[in-house]
Ligand binder design. Sequence first.
Ligand SMILES: [Zn+2]
Length: 236
Amino acid sequence: MIIKQCLDCRKDFKIDCAPGDPFLCLGLVCEPCIETRERAAIAARAKLELRSKFRRAVLMGELPADFRDTRFTLSDLAKERTNAGAWALARRWTGESNLYLHGDIGTGKTWMGLCCLHAQFVDGADCVFISARQLLKDSELFKEEIFKRVKAADFVLLDDIDKAGVNSRRIEALWEFFDSREREKKRTIITANIGAVDLSKHLARCGGANSSMAVSIVDRINPVQVLKLTGPSLRG
Ligand SMILES: [Zn+2]
């Protein structure tokens, strides 16, 4: 047994070894400080992994380039004041239900949705941001792989569902998307300019011969938490 001074905390500590032991040189830091160093190394590795996860997702076009900064801690509290209730609920969203964010253009729906998505992303979930229009384009022939990939992500932010360019063919893809996600219990954050009742009517109108699918689609968005955003446009 010998006494040494810890390099980190400068406190004396005992090492269980005989003088001249080749392992003596290893005992430069006390037990608690070894643990602290290990924790720090694990945290540093996790940070690096998260950074490369961000980079990969942005490179793949699955998340917007500024996704790293779209988080609650960087949100403008002055702008949130217009919709304080909705923001409080969004911050508390656990990812167990879908989210339907609706309101006029420029009220911050997409930003709010990205903040919610960000929270899931840093928690380790597989996340994709895509406009509804792009998703339905990707559902067409030759792009099925992308459609399948988005459909299977843990969390999808589907932007502007009411601007998806739905027609009698594409409404089937939209149904398939929500049907699959409901079955797999994957959650979707949806943004729209219109409320859920109007969405059903809108999809029925666009769906032509397949208009009956509209109700079925809206039905599959359950369980859902609906947040309405109001106020003047925050843009510009
Ligand atoms: Zn120490």
